[in-house]
Design a protein around this ligand. Structure first.
Ligand code: SAM
Ligand code: SF4
Length: 461
């Protein structure tokens, strides 16, 4: 069979990164191999995100750029998958008539058959139907890209929480957990292929196994993953505060491979807003969870998501958020301006916050958090951290980069002749702090430390 090329563009969250890999697995039997060059591709797939309006705009502007390629290469197949595809269905073809396949979040398992139909019949297809019971949630197979330090493993899909701003339950469906044996098998395969770190992903991993009787809840699953020989680090995301159990909190004190980092989205510091968001917890409840986590693991890194300008958010509500942010001292924050999404209850709320006010609130929050993060980073100067090397720094390609257990980015130069490889765990001394990263120098066997000019350190093997 002739080898063909597929170029996949992934937008959005970790779920989409994982799903793009699933797409490659489904297409491998049709002899499609990945290419990073869209001009050389026989098939271009866009894996989309609809969490905010801006993300959706990006989809159409990207599709606009593909018109030129399709004009010079009429046999090129263009497919749009993911959350925008699920949400828009046929409407997507009306706005982008050069698209051949629209496949939703539940039809990923049918992708190969859809591509075959378009190849044979040269017609447009839309499949946003539900997943068939016989179709597996995810397919486990050979590790496709081994030159990397870390990998995502989906443990559940969908969400039952219906936060009033969020499109996820509508485009990803109800919560469903994957069998523990499949998760273990996939993680074991990754480990055997030299990938030392996994991130277990789901919209609310704390609800893992609760609904469809997996006989194993999330802390029990973590224990099984912790037992996998050769695996060095376990991360997970995302944790819903309302379901954060004492069992999971205790796991941070018990499991060797579980990194001391939790992403625990709070969304707002105001009880009134939290209630209108349908988050199912109060500010005090959240603060109690933070205190418990720090009781078990004093150095735990806590990161969060915050939405500013939720409908009806008043200045006092926003001040409560700023107050909470300072009280908790998050290690870092993802901040978003509220964005109306189709079908969600908040889109129908009348008391929208003007964009200019959301913008000002966003900027104040950003400023406060930047200084908190910088202070936390500065406190690490002079310490030695274990980092997992994950490649070259994007900003300074002559530097390597890695992540601490707490998920901080550390850039460093490998001045010595000691070879540093992706996936290696290395000790570095932190010499400088910035608001989004740290600068370090490798220490230990193979490196000699010299105090260089400006008090910095340089290294030779
Ligand atoms: N399941 C995760 C949770 O509940 O924490 C969050 C998943 S969502 C993909 C990531 C983040 O996007 C949310 O935590 C929220 O802060 C943000 N988000 C979701 N809907 C949004 C909206 N309509 N406008 C702005 N931000 C939104
Ligand atoms: Fe969206 Fe809320 Fe579910 Fe997270 S928990 S995916 S924010 S509905």
């Amino acid at each position: 069979m002739k080898e063909k090329r597929v170029h996949i563009v992934t937008m959005g969250c970790q779920m989409n990164v994982y799903d793009s890999e699933q797409m490659l697995r489904h297409l491998a039997p049709l002899n499609y191999r990945p290419t990073s060059e869209p001009d050389r591709a026989d098939l271009i797939l866009l894996n989309t995100c609809s969490i905010r309006e801006k993300a959706e705009h990006k989809v159409y502007s990207f599709l606009g750029r593909l018109v030129r390629i399709k004009r010079v290469k009429p046999d090129l197949i263009i497919g749009v998958g993911g959350c925008v595809a699920q949400q828009e269905g046929y409407r997507l073809l009306e706005r982008a008539s050069h698209v051949d396949i629209v496949f939703g979040t539940f039809s990923l398992g049918r992708l190969a058959s859809l591509v075959q139909q378009v190849e044979a019949q040269k017609r447009q297809i839309v499949d946003i139907d539900p997943r068939e019971e016989s179709e597996p949630l995810c397919v486990t197979g050979p590790v496709l890209e081994t030159e990397r330090a870390t990998a995502f493993v989906t443990i559940m899909q969908g969400c039952d929480n219906f936060c009033t701003y969020c499109v996820v339950p509508y485009v990803r469906g109800r919560e469903i957990s994957r069998a523990p044996e499949e998760i273990i098998e996939e993680t074991r395969l990754l480990t055997e292929n030299g990938i030392p770190e996994v991130t277990l992903i789901g919209q609310n991993v704390n609800a893992y196994g609760k609904k469809n009787g997996q006989g194993c809840d999330f802390p029990a699953l973590l224990e099984k993953v912790d037992d996998i020989a050769g695996l060095r680090r376990i991360r997970f995301t995302t944790s819903h505060p309302k379901d954060l159990s004492d069992g999971l909190i205790e796991a941070f004190g018990r499991l060797d491979k579980l990194v001391p980092h939790i992403h625990l989205p709070v969304q707002s510091g105001s009880d009134r807003v939290l209630r209108r968001m349908n988050r199912g917890y109060t500010r005090d409840f959240y603060l109690e969870k933070v205190a418990k986590l720090r009781g078990v693991q004093p150095d735990i890194s806590i990161t969060s998501d915050i939405i500013v300008g939720f409908p009806g958010e008043q200045n006092a509500d926003f001040q409560a958020t700023l107050d909470l942010v300072q009280q908790v001292g998050f290690d870092s924050l993802f901040m978003f301006k509220y964005s109306d999404r189709p079908n969600v209850p908040a889109a129908r709320y009348a008391d929208k916050v003007p964009d200019v006010v959301s913008g000002e609130r966003f900027n104040s929050l950003f400023e406060i958090q930047t200084s908190v993060t910088l202070k936390k980073n500065e406190a690490l100067v002079g310490t030695t951290q274990e980092i997992l090397v994950d490649g070259h720094s994007k900003k300074s390609p002559d530097q390597l980069t890695g992540r601490t257990a707490c998920n901080r980015v550390v850039n460093f130069s490998n001045g010595g002749s000691t070879r540093v490889e992706v996936g290696q765990i290395l000790l570095v001394r932190i010499v400088k702090a910035f608001s989004h990263s740290l600068l370090g120098h490798p220490v230990g066997e193979g490196y000699r430390e010299d105090v260089g000019e400006n008090g910095g350190l340089s290294h030779a093997a």
